[in-house]
Design a protein around this ligand. Structure first.
Ligand SMILES: Cc1ncc(COP(=O)(O)O)c(C=O)c1O
Length: 431
């Protein structure tokens, strides 16, 4: 039996309607920006394998760090015990974040990172006797993961109608998405800020935090906003004492050009959630990082004030070793990230000139545009998706959105060639 057939007999895949989905492509190895299937076909990975891979597949430096750590210490309970990779990684991560951040809380995926951020913010107020601050604010089309809290703050993304009755209520605000030559951007930003200001005038004393994906909303459609908007938003929320949680699960570790979106936007939230690129795509790991005032609010004589959260694999030593190796590579990747951004800048304009694309945009190493395909799961979108696979490109459409989010090891020639093929395939399907 082929691997695909065995897969179909035994497996249930994430975010997949198995009745209509294509048979999964059996991948046997990965090297650099390529994944190789069982017939030897090589796919150029333009989405970093669900946005996790930073430096290329099977990078030897990360593989070696994992091997060495596995031979030394593979796991130890992280309550009451500690170890060098966890401490060292926290120190190094804090060193590249704004100096206001002082504590790292580990977990194992993006959903848990945001879930912990929400719990931290909620209990922060409770621990100080401000029990009324229970509301959360979020942006429409934001996505923060698939656990119950994360779904609640991300419910407007449209993935979860089956669970709506289960979710807690969250106040949503329009996201001022922008693109190249968008003449309306300042108006949209002001409208959103006005709505938020109005809300805060009424509800600030009941509000715990605002959670958002800074600069780029991922799963909601690679929607981009300006640093200027984030700066104004920060000012507004600070004036009302509402905590700010940045979900940098997708944008962290260089995706937006700078190491983190908060740095690029010149803003300092209270809590930052990271995962995905943290280990360069090798192992599940996540971190929720906070300012000292948050940590201090959890200190007390009894357990009641402690953060009741933990996972069996919290701060897994092998994951932390992979993260340390990935961080070293991140420091060397700046020229590559700059090249990717420059190529996006040129190619996204070329694409807009050649094909009827809408809202072309880029931010650092991420570029996106819209096509009139009929939305999620439409026949046109499935056809296009399959054509990309036939052309040996790994691209995953988000409804009408096509985006590029490649690993940093991709070459300029590879990226340019991918843009050319994508334009040709779109012309084939849309024409
Ligand atoms: C911004 C953002 N937050 C949270 C998550 C959830 O991460 P995970 O899939 O690792 O649970 C994702 C995943 O796509 C994400 O893009």
């Amino acid at each position: 039996m082929s691997l695909s057939a065995r897969d179909q007999a035994a497996l249930w895949h994430p975010f997949t309607q198995h009745q209509t989905a294509a048979i999964p492509v059996p991948i046997v190895s990965g090297k650099g920006a390529y994944l190789v299937d069982e017939n030897g076909k090589r796919y150029l990975d333009l989405i970093s394998s669900w946005w996790v891979n930073l430096h290329g597949h099977s990078h030897p430096a990360i593989a070696k760090a994992i091997y060495e750590q596995a031979m030394t210490l593979e796991h130890v309970i992280f309550s009451g015990f500690t170890h060098e990779p966890a401490v060292q990684y926290a120190e190094k991560l804090l060193a590249i974040l704004p100096s206001q951040f002082t504590k790292v809380f580990y977990s194992d995926n993006g959903s848990t990172a945001t879930e912990i951020g929400l719990k931290m913010a909620y209990q922060y107020w409770r621990n100080q006797g401000q029990d009324k601050r229970r509301r959360f604010m979020a942006f429409e089309r934001g996505y923060h993961g698939d656990t119950v809290g994360a779904m609640s703050v991300g419910k407007s993304v449209g993935f979860y109608p089956a669970f709506h009755d289960l979710l807690f209520s969250v106040d949503m605000f329009p996201y001022p998405a922008t693109w190249l030559n968008d003449e309306n951007v300042e108006v949209k930003e002001q409208e959103t800020l006005n709505k938020i200001a109005q809300y805060l005038d009424q509800h600030a004393a009941e509000t715990a935090a605002f959670i958002l994906e800074p600069l780029v909303q991922g799963a909601g459609g690679m929607n981009m906003c300006t640093p200027r908007f984030l700066q104004k938003l920060e000012k507004l929320l600070r004036a009302h004492d509402v905590l700010i949680i940045y979900d940098e699960v997708m944008v962290g570790f260089g995706r937006v050009g700078a190491d983190f979106a908060c740095i690029k936007a010149n803003t300092v939230p209270d809590i930052i959630c990271v995962s995905k690129g943290i280990t360069g795509g090798f192992l599940p790991l996540a971190a929720t990082i906070c300012q000292e005032k948050i940590y201090q609010a959890f200190l007390g004589d009894t357990f009641a004030k402690a953060l009741a959260h933990g996972h069996s694999y919290t701060a897994n030593p092998i994951g932390c070793a992979a993260a340390l190796a990935s961080l070293e590579l991140l420091k060397q990747s700046e020229p590559q990230r700059a090249m990717i951004e420059k190529t996006h800048q040129q190619e996204i304009a070329n694409m807009a000139a050649r094909v009827a694309v809408e809202k072309p945009r880029y931010c650092g190493t991420i570029a996106a545009f819209e096509l009139n395909l009929g939305g999620y799961g439409s026949a046109a979108s499935r056809t296009l998706q399959n054509r990309f696979v036939e052309k040996e490109l790994l691209i995953r459409l988000l409804g009408n959105t096509i985006y590029f989010l490649p690993p940093y090891c991709i070459t300029e020639a590879e990226l340019k060639k991918a843009y050319k093929i994508v334009a040709e395939e779109i012309q084939g399907v849309i024409a």
